[in-house]
Design a protein around this ligand. Structure first.
Ligand code: PLP
Length: 393
């Protein structure tokens, strides 16, 4: 099909290909499993966010199927019309309890949760949104939709954050919100949330932490960075996603009852985009239940994390600053490395510009609770083999 009016798309694709930025994703042909079938090949999958390996868990699937049988497959309405089902309210109250918050509000994704909160709370030019430079794209887009001006502080640099909070612009702001990822998705490092919170509060700002890669992963029973730093009751807004450890899709903000009610009346993704299918809510509820009743999933995740990190370091790779199940392997030859590993039966994603800055190309591995030591030994062997072949180690 040819439209002269869309000729630009062809040019844009050609330009992306020339810059090496054209994306053609590999295709998963099995369930999301520690060993998956991808592009017709059985490989050790070190690329998903299926941290607890519950995306194909029997009990979780059962819960989703039961929800379909009870509530049907879709809500066919936005929350504020007639898309609020009892299972959504159950999930909101259980997540509030999980996060030791008064209340929580569900959104369609982590992405829209960030957009909803940034846009709704930073609604005046008199407000100020202050953000870590490595925050997720959805925070950046939320900030773009907010009316407030924004200031970016250098990654985890509390001194720089203080400098910003001491500017006249910050001092006279109506509302100030400091936003940080809990776990940073590219490097796998953790925000210095205790310092961020103490600093923000000293200057009358409130804090929003995006725990997409932290919920179900770090802290007591996987409760996230707030729990990890013993900051219960001290962080105003905790964002999370249901698409990673929680094995479904969706997002939430856990906060005070008042702020939850406010968001429920003004947040545009809540008002103008339909609610999650009930089976999706049931999936997250089932994962939450397993987190609290079967600690072995979280334990395996961390045992596997320690094993893989250690073995990759021993093999001589530069694994950066990670302290979480996200372990980068820094190399300028990331694309070639990833392709060769795939041929050898291991899938680890190559990340290049613009996802990470030029000169910081890497493979990113994410281990799950479901990998066996044998899987990981196999993977490390292949890393070693291909790493030597490409003169990376
Ligand atoms: C993955 C991620 C999101 C987006 O979550 P989705 O539920 O997939 O939309 C938001 N913030 C961070 C930090 C993430 O890593």
């Amino acid at each position: 099909m040819i439209f002269d009016t869309l000729k630009f798309a062809q040019d844009e694709v050609a330009a992306l290909k020339k810059e090496g930025r054209f994306i053609k994703p590999r295709v998963l042909e099995s369930a999301q499993e520690p060993v998956s079938v991808i592009d017709g090949k059985r490989v050790i999958n070190l690329t998903s966010n299926n941290y607890l390996a519950l995306a194909n868990n029997h009990k979780v699937k059962r819960a989703a199927i039961e929800a379909i049988e009870k509530y049907g497959v879709g809500s066919a309405a936005v929350r504020t019309i007639i898309g609020t089902m009892s299972i959504h309210e159950e999930l909101e109250s259980k997540f509030a309890a999980f996060k030791h918050s008064e209340a929580s509000i569900l959104f369609q994704s982590g992405f829209t949760s960030n957009v909803a909160v940034c846009q709704s709370l930073m609604s005046s030019e008199a407000d100020l949104l202050i953000s870590d430079e490595l925050n997720h794209a959805s925070i950046i887009d939320g900030a773009r939709l907010a009316k407030a001006p924004r200031k970016i502080y250098r990654h985890k640099d509390t001194k720089h954050l203080i400098e910003i909070l001491e500017t006249p612009e910050a001092r006279k702001a109506r509302r100030k919100m400091v936003v940080t990822d809990g776990v940073f998705s590219m490097d796998g490092d953790i925000a210095q949330l205790d310092e961020v919170v103490a600093t923000a509060h000293k200057y009358g700002a409130f804090v929003m932490v995006d725990d997409a890669h932290a919920s179900g992963v770090i802290g007591k029973e996987g409760r996230g960075t707030v729990s990890h730093f013993n900051l219960d009751g001290k962080v105003e807004i905790q964002i999370g996603t249901l698409s990673k450890a929680f094995a479904s899709v969706g997002g939430y903000a856990a906060t005070t009852r008042n702020l939850r009610d406010y968001l429920g009346s003004v947040a545009r993704p809540f008002l103008f985009s339909s609610s999650q299918p009930p089976s999706v809510a049931a999936t997250s509820l089932a994962v939450l239940d397993l987190l609290l009743t079967e600690p072995r999933h979280l334990k395996s995740l961390w045992d596997n994390t320690a094993f893989l990190k250690e073995e990759l370091k021993k093999a001589g790779f530069d694994t950066g600053a990670s302290v979480t199940p996200i372990t980068p392997v820094m190399t300028a030859k990331a694309v070639e490395f990833s392709n060769r590993l795939f041929e050898e039966g291991v899938f680890a994603l190559a990340l290049g510009f613009p996802t990470v800055p030029r000169g910081k190309e890497r493979l990113r591995t994410i281990v799950t609770a479901g990998h066996t030591i044998k899987d990981l030994e196999f993977a490390v062997d292949k890393f070693r083999k291909v790493g030597k072949e490409l003169n990376i180690i």
